[in-house]
Design a binder for this molecule. Structure first.
Ligand code: NIG
Ligand code: FE
Length: 402
């Protein structure tokens, strides 16, 4: 037993607690306790319930009516890069479209950067995320695109998170123009060998201008043979085969899902995570639609069909240079017609499902003590007061961070 900490007088405690009937490990549906308390013991939550029944603990924190939520789980971020693309953003806002090719300019800057520069950028973004309530984040490679630059990307990412994704198949780099097949062979061969020991996930950008269904299948299958679990960028810039491939391969998540057919929606609904199967989550990234001025994904269509939805930042220097989960929640509520509770669930429990984590995304006895306290009485303020710094405190593994 570690030292125990009682957080008392919580105005609204968002628990996402698992159902008591043994519906399986990990978070349950959105749920709150009003006038609540929570006890942390060491790095775990030990107790939650009404303030009036709170047990004694070694230390006391008075929440004074504030809301407490699970820390945000940002299940999609590209943080290992150098340089920036503000001119490209400005040009888009003046009317130019987003194109996958912009990735190549970040690749050039990343290859030219030292390890120390990349590490500095990563740590800055990780700090930024923590200050906005993100307690777990995924981090992709994908701006190196050589064996050396991809493997140093996953090694650097592994310094700051357990959720490392190998994205050697982000785009075909310029030196392989006209010979995408040879690049896919590299991604499935020596590059994968070098990266797999440092990663948990394998991802591919399956899109016109990036990788075809057959190329994406080859990359994800090779990754799986090396113990990596697939996730996939699908339907970001137009309809395509990505979602069907995600379902076919049992990917943990199909990400973006901006352009979907009815068959895609049905397929995702059929593989929503359940107690008996890890399933496939649809991860929506509204920061990317904001940053590219594309239409937002149709979250209502997915939710109403029974698809499990996660929200994530897609933090990257091209399409979505935000690290803010509160901003994504506000966009999802205002512009994607998610309710405040659906959006907060998607940014916490949904992210946990997308990362197949049973220890985060909820607050109940046994969960990791990753939580945030808002300078506000309810979770709704995250969308009701957009752009306002509402994070009053962050605890990760039971330790106050700010
Ligand atoms: O998720 N879609 C591919 N990758 C990123 C964009 C990367 C970039 O433009 O640098 C995304 O939006
Ligand atoms: Fe992405």
């Amino acid at each position: 037993m570690g030292r125990s900490l009682l957080i008392a007088r919580i105005g609204e405690l968002v628990t996402n607690a698992p159902a008591a009937d043994g519906a399986g490990p990990g978070p349950g549906p959105f749920a709150v306790i009003n006038d609540a308390a929570l006890v942390i013991d060491g790095d775990r939550v030990a107790w939650t319930g009404p303030s009036s029944r709170a047990p004694a603990a070694d230390e006391l924190v008075d929440a004074a009516g504030r809301a407490v939520l699970p820390g945000f789980v940002d299940s999609h971020a590209h943080l290992v890069f150098a340089g920036e693309r503000s001119a490209e953003f400005a040009a888009r806002m003046a009317g130019l479209p987003y194109a996958a090719g912009g990735i190549r300019s970040t690749v050039a800057a990343t290859r030219a950067a030292t390890d120390a520069e990349l590490r500095g950028g990563l740590r800055r973004l990780a700090r930024e995320m923590l200050g906005q309530g993100t307690t777990t984040f995924e981090c992709k490679s994908g701006y190196g695109l050589t064996v050396v630059d991809e493997s140093r990307s996953v090694v650097l990412a592994a310094e700051i998170t357990d959720e490392v994704t190998y994205l050697g198949a982000h785009v075909v780099p310029a030196e392989f123009d006209g010979d995408a097949g040879a690049y896919v062979d590299l991604v499935c061969g020596p590059m994968l060998e070098a990266c797999a020991p440092h990663a948990r996930w394998v991802d591919v950008f399956c899109e016109r201008g990036a990788f075809s269904a057959d190329e994406a299948r080859a990359v994800l299958t090779a990754g799986r043979a090396h113990g990596l679990i697939p996730r996939i960028h699908a339907g970001q810039l137009g309809p395509g085969p990505g979602v069907r491939l995600a379902v076919e391969l049992g990917a943990a998540s199909a990400d973006h899902c901006t352009f979907l057919t009815d068959a895609d929606v049905d397929a995702l609904a059929a593989v929503a995570p359940s107690p008996s199967s890890a399933g496939t989550v649809a991860t929506l990234l509204p920061g990317a639609e904001f940053g590219t001025r594309q239409p937002y994904p149709d979250a209502r269509r997915l939710l109403d069909a029974g698809v499990t939805v996660a929200l994530a930042s897609d933090c990257n220097p091209g399409s979505s240079y935000t690290s803010s989960m509160p901003f994504c929640i506000a966009l999802a509520v205002r512009d994607m017609h998610m309710t405040t509770s659906e959006a907060v669930w998607a940014a916490t429990a949904g992210g946990a499902r997308a990362l197949r984590r049973a220890d985060i995304g909820y607050l109940a006895a046994g969960a990791k003590a990753d939580l945030i306290m808002l300078d506000a009485p309810s979770h709704a303020y995250l969308a009701y007061r957009p752009g306002v710094p509402l994070i009053h405190a962050v605890y990760r593994s039971g330790v106050a961070q700010l």
